[in-house]
Design a protein around this ligand. Structure first.
Ligand code: GTP
Ligand code: MG
Length: 584
């Protein structure tokens, strides 16, 4: 097709040179309306569960969302644009290749456009008229991807356009901004809701995540044509925060299926393959090759690290065009199933995500979690703790995993590597909870519950929704829901757990105090959730620890006790009885 337009598209130069991993702050220039005939606007934030988490419309199954998003990403291209561009002409130029369904702009080391065509063929048409750049003294590796660079034929001849289109940020709000938002909220419930809305993944950010997986799939597909690269973890489980990493896995199952394909007659045809001593070595070899390809040919893939000796071998890299820090593993089907389970829990009750986001944010504010692996509690573990806590309410807000398994149909049956991963996939068939407790109460009770949890003898188990004796001596034991002999928080040390307990008790105490003497919401006075995020809470704790003979945990425990004995409502178990376990 003739390329008579404002610009000239060239495939982005292949990143054969290593450049430093930089995390840009994004500016999103969103333009959901386009020249497409059939434009369906999707204004909802895709951080939430797709379609109707609050209304009565049926909620989509996780597998349906994955399928739709994947297909959408395959019709999408990523274009690096000149900083001054006429949007109208840009779209007109591209629509020579077919109608455009949706598009948006964002900033990440320059201006980028994400353009979704209505048909996949349009991408091939665009590629067919795109040239590989000649770089003068440097040589380009002619890799034909879906990452393009749009050049202006004669920049001086372009009409002057507004330099910047009004934009939203793709990064989470700054602590200062978040603090302001929280201080102006009307109630603690409103604060939790505000935090969720300000930090959850946006529709555009979700599209960009699926597109990035799809672009990586193009690279891996050169070796394994039937592979799929699927996102998992917080990018898809509805608990993702803007700026979170992009976990993805290379799914080679489709390739395996062909070998099981039935052939007629007496013959059975097999591919000749190389054998290696174990599954782990096969994984390491595959990831090593894909890591090399990403490093050598992957447009925008920088800082590629092959971490092949980890318990779960992975390739870590930064996808510069999208700004995502990516972790690529292989055949991580159990993790995908965990993501689906969390997606279901997040969809069942609107309080779940609000509480998880606040607890995660609180933990991050006090350095209980970290982006660096170590002795810290992970976001995944914190989410499990919130789910467990909500299963323990009376009446329960969330059902147990055993209950979800009992509701499963034959089509839901799922065994992965011998582990039972069966649970109901149609969330519309799960009865909503009758519990009407407010977020404010739940947040306070969460801190009290875990501030007094008998971590020394009990394990957290969302499968059964009740405490169980710890099968091993790790300070914190949270049972892996599918690989039930594993502890997902084995890495957490006693001192980190103690820090969590101390902070939980202090936070419960602060909320109790504010209950008695609530300041009126105002923009300059921290209150409610905002107070809990103040670093001074931690500082005062560690200072107090140094200064006082009595440990802070003891002090706060005594304060809590005195509040309870003076008539304030204490924590209750599921039968409504007071529970004041003092072991930690
Ligand atoms: P973020 O901190 O926002 O990235 O949350 P996340 O849920 O994506 O966590 P992370 O990137 O650490 O891990 C990605 C996914 O891997 C999780 O959602 C889980 O499905 C799985 N996962 C993480 N940690 C563990 C673990 O210790 N055991 C098991 N079985 N799975 C884990
Ligand atoms: Mg993650």
């Amino acid at each position: 097709m003739a390329a008579l337009g404002v610009g000239l598209l060239t495939l982005l130069p292949v990143c054969a040179r290593r450049s430093p991993v930089l995390r840009p702050s994004h500016r999103l220039l969103s333009r959901p309306g386009t020249v497409a005939a059939d434009v369906r606007r999707e204004e909802q934030s895709s951080g939430s569960v797709e379609t109707g988490s609050e209304d009565q419309t049926p909620k989509k199954r996780f597998s349906e969302v994955q399928k739709e998003r994947r297909e959408q990403a395959q019709r999408t291209v990523l274009i690096h644009c000149p900083s001054k561009i006429s949007e109208k002409k840009f779209l007109k130029y591209l629509s020579q290749h077919g109608p455009i369904h949706n598009h948006f702009f964002y900033e990440s080391f320059g201006l980028y456009a994400v353009v979704e065509f209505c048909q996949k063929e349009s991408v091939a048409s665009l590629q067919s008229v795109t040239r590989t750049p000649g770089l003068g003294t440097e040589a380009a590796i002619p890799f034909r991807s879906r990452c393009f660079s749009l050049k202006l034929r004669s920049p001086s001849g372009q009409p002057s356009e507004p330099a910047r289109v009004p934009c939203n940020s793709q990064s989470p709000p700054s602590s200062k901004k978040l603090f302001e938002l929280l201080c102006y909220a009307e109630s603690i419930d409103d604060q939790l809701d505000t935090l969720l809305k300000a930090s959850q993944l946006t529709e555009e950010n979700t599209r960009l995540r699926y597109l990035t997986c799809s672009l990586i799939e193009d690279v891996a597909g050169a070796y394994f044509p039937d592979c799929a690269v699927r996102p998992f973890g917080s990018s898809v489980n509805s608990f993702g925060k803007l700026g979170c990493d992009l976990d993805m896995f290379l799914d080679l199952d489709e390739i395996g299926k062909f070998s099981a394909h039935k052939t007629s007659g007496n013959f059975l045809m097999e591919f000749q393959v190389k054998n290696v001593p174990s599954e782990r070595i096969a994984t390491q070899k595959i990831l090593s090759v894909i890591g090399e390809c990403l490093d050598q040919f992957g447009p925008g893939c920088v800082g590629v690290q092959k971490i092949l000796n980890a318990r779960c071998p992975l390739v870590r890299f930064s996808h510069q065009a999208s700004g995502f820090q990516c972790d690529l593993t292989t055949n991580n089907r159990i993790a995908l199933k965990s993501s689906e389970l969390l997606y279901i829990y997040g969809a069942l009750d609107s309080r779940v995500r609000a509480l998880v986001f606040s607890v995660r944010c609180w933990a991050r504010a006090h350095s209980l979690t970290s982006s660096i692996p170590g002795a810290w509690i992970t976001n995944f573990s914190l989410t499990m703790m919130v789910i467990f806590f909500l299963q323990r309410r009376s009446p329960p807000i969330l059902p147990t995993l055993d209950y979800l398994e009992n509701l499963a149909d034959a089509e839901d049956k799922c065994i992965i590597e011998g582990h039972n991963c069966t649970f109901i996939c149609d969330l519309n068939r799960i009865k909503p909870s009758e519990n009407t407790e407010t977020l404010e109460l739940l947040l306070k009770e969460f801190f009290e519950y875990f501030g007094n949890f008998a971590f020394n003898k009990n394990s957290i188990n969302i499968r059964q929704g009740r405490e169980q004796n710890k099968p091993e001596s790790s300070p914190l034991h949270i049972q892996n829901p599918f690989e039930t002999s594993l502890n997902i928080s084995k890495n957490v040390t006693q001192s980190q757990l103690q820090k969590f307990v101390d902070l939980a008790r202090e936070s419960a105490w602060i909320l109790h105090q504010q209950d008695k003497d609530r300041p009126s919401p105002s923009g300059n006075q921290p209150w409610g959730l905002a107070t809990l995020l103040l670093p001074s809470v931690t500082n005062s704790l560690s200072l107090a620890k140094k200064k006082r003979k009595k440990p802070a945990s003891e002090r706060i425990k005594n304060l809590l006790e005195s509040i309870k004995s003076s008539g304030a409502e204490g924590p209750t178990d599921t039968n409504g009885k007071r529970t004041v376990s003092t072991q930690a």
